[in-house]
Design a protein around this ligand. Structure first.
Ligand code: NAD
Ligand code: A1AUG
Length: 541
């Protein structure tokens, strides 16, 4: 049982601007130079020990300059996976028995280290390894990861506080136990904060974890692991394995002690993992908790009353920040003809003016897409658009991978809102726009709702309040995060709990009380102070 004390009040980490001449800009450029000058051996952490993955070796490169190697890892083997699961199970008893405050203190200290002395090291690793600009890295890690760690401690405490009523002579309690076994955290390339949150949220609630980050995010993940160790995380609580995870899953998904999967990534990968768990279901000690936040085909719908400047900015930022590689990125837009006539041309010119380049040149708006696979997928989408009747390239449409995986921000006008461009997640800087007749707003809302399998984020841009209310109701199940007169990206922990349903995931809202609840298995305890000593009821005479 855990005691309940006050924890520090959470607050959102302020976002640094890195303006020319600022001290944080100097620290950031120093950190960038340090990473580039010293490629690292990206070891795993198993039971607190640093060991190189025993399998095939891979380089982590700068996507905007793919000849530049930042580090090398070895793919985790089945043996590595076995040792990691054993280490997690060995650490489980002591970690679960530790008071909540002691566990929380590790993550609060990690948050303060990241907000302070580790800030630029992790931000620079995120910029270089994942091709993020200073702004995009800043809102990811440090800021969002600091927020996850601080807010989770606050939410976890609220869960412990949740206790039943007691009737006279009886004391009822809830013991918020961790799950029985280990949690398998599998994380995506695009957010260092998500990668850091997925293993630590279950750990805060007393679970021990095997963490498998994305190969292309390994540099920042490795530094995050080192930061957690510096914050006092005991050996074995989180065990980091490198590589693509295929062999790891063969071992861990077949383990009777698999107690949960904390996943963020594509819909296809999550469905694959779920399928294997389903096949193995009779072999587990307990039903594994499956928490997965997955893909999106996020919409912006404009009403004829929309402010053209608000719409244009929401589309530019929503679709093209971080090269469209946010699960929340606007990738389909529905714009009334009267509004498009006002803002369409200027919007496309703005998109064509966006600079994508080397992210160490802080004047750039964006960088490259993550790797050759993503580049090929986006090139294919652009070429298909060029070759398809009814689709027209209105901005961008070019690409070049000679130095980095660069795809120009691309706007495609589509007459048919059911075309593939309006329902497939390309996960790149590709925005499909359908211009509709002003009178067809009702029909367009139905098309948006049924047009894609996902349900992650979306926006309505309108000044007419009745239109906002109509869209909010018509699109109630089309997005787990719904925005009014804003871009559909940029959720802040503690302010807009994040996640979606349908093909976008289990909607357990990362960085919220709902998510942390999934990592506990409450035990109800009833204690009777003066216990009955007869089985005879009054009515029995
Ligand atoms: N909804 C959200 O909150 C959210 C947030 C970020 C990203 N995403 C989604 O993530 C996707 C992009 O990320 P990605 O390209 O890293 O996704 P991905 O599915 O390719 O990979 C995600 C993780 O799964 C691992 N993986 C793949 N197969 C595996 C297996 N058999 N066993 C174990 N691990 C395995 C990968 O190595 C990686 O670590 C997009 O679809 C995006 O929408 C969703
Ligand atoms: N939470 C982020 C998206 C995470 C997915 O990539 C946002 O709201 O933009």
């Amino acid at each position: 049982m855990q005691s309940v004390t006050d924890v520090p009040a959470p607050r959102n980490e302020p976002v640094h601007g890195y303006a020319p001449g600022s001290p944080e800009r100097k620290r950031l450029t120093d950190a960038l130079a340090e990473h580039v000058a010293h490629p690292v051996e990206l070891t795993q952490t198993i039971g607190g020990e640093a060991v190189l993955g025993a399998g095939e070796k891979h380089d982590v490169v700068q996507p905007h300059q793919h000849a530049s190697v930042l580090g090398t890892f070895g793919t985790a083997t089945r043996e590595d996976a076995r040792r990691a699961a054993d280490a997690a199970l060995a650490a489980r008893h002591d970690w679960a028995a530790m008071d909540y405050d002691d566990r929380a203190a590790v993550f609060l200290r990690a948050a303060d280290l990241l907000a302070g002395p580790w800030r630029e090291r992790i931000a620079a690793a995120t910029m270089l390894g994942q091709s993020k600009t200073a702004q995009q890295a800043e809102i990811d890690a440090p800021c969002e990861l600091v927020d996850f760690w601080r807010w989770n401690v606050h939410f976890g405490r609220r869960i412990l506080e949740e206790q039943p009523v007691s009737s006279p002579g009886v004391w009822n309690r809830l013991d918020h136990r961790p799950l029985e076994g280990f949690v398998y955290a599998i994380t995506p390339f695009n957010f260092t904060a998500i990668a850091g949150n997925l293993p630590t949220a279950p750990a805060l609630m007393g679970n021990t974890v095997v963490w498998k980050p994305s190969p292309t995010q390994t540099l920042a993940a490795w530094h995050t692991m080192k930061l957690l160790e510096a914050a006092g995380l005991p050996p074995g609580v989180i065990n980091l394995l490198t590589g693509d995870g295929k062999d790891v899953s063969e071992v861990l998904l077949a383990d009777p002690d698999l107690a949960g999967i904390h996943f963020t990534g594509s819909t296809a990968t999550f469905q694959h993992l779920w399928r294997i768990v389903g096949e193995n279901i009779a072999g587990y000690r307990t039903y594994p908790r499956l928490v997965g936040e997955t893909g999106g085909k996020d919409f912006v719908v404009a009403h004829p009353s929309a402010d053209p400047a608000v719409l244009s900015t929401a589309l530019t930022l929503g679709a093209f920040e971080y090269q469209g590689q946010k699960c929340s990125a606007a990738s389909r837009a529905f714009v009334p003809r009267s509004v498009w006539d006002v803002m369409g041309e200027e919007f496309c010119a703005t998109v064509d003016s966006l600079t994508y380049g080397d992210v160490t040149d802080l004047s750039n708006f964006g960088g490259a897409v993550i790797d050759a696979r993503s580049y090929a997928k986006n090139v294919a989408a652009i070429e298909r658009a060029k070759a398809t009747d009814g689709l027209t390239i209105a901005a961008g449409g070019t690409y070049d991978d000679s130095e980095g995986y660069f795809v120009r921000p691309t706007v495609v006008l589509g007459q048919d809102p059911t075309d593939e461009a309006f329902c497939t997640e390309y996960f790149g800087p590709f925005l499909a726009v359908h211009v509709y007749e002003d009178r067809d707003f009702d029909q367009v809302l139905r098309t948006v709702d049924s047009g894609a399998a996902y349900g992650l984020t979306g926006s309505i841009v309108a000044t007419d309040r009745a239109a906002v209310a109509q869209a909010s109701e018509a699109l109630r199940f089309a997005a787990g995060n719904f925005y009014v007169n804003d871009k559909p990206t940029g959720a802040v922990v503690g302010q807009q709990p994040f996640g979606g349903s349908r093909a976008s995931g289990t909607n357990d809202k990362a960085g919220s009380i709902y998510n942390l609840q999934r990592w506990t298995s409450p035990r109800a305890i009833k204690e009777t102070f003066v216990a009955p000593t007869t089985h005879v009821y009054p009515h029995m005479g």
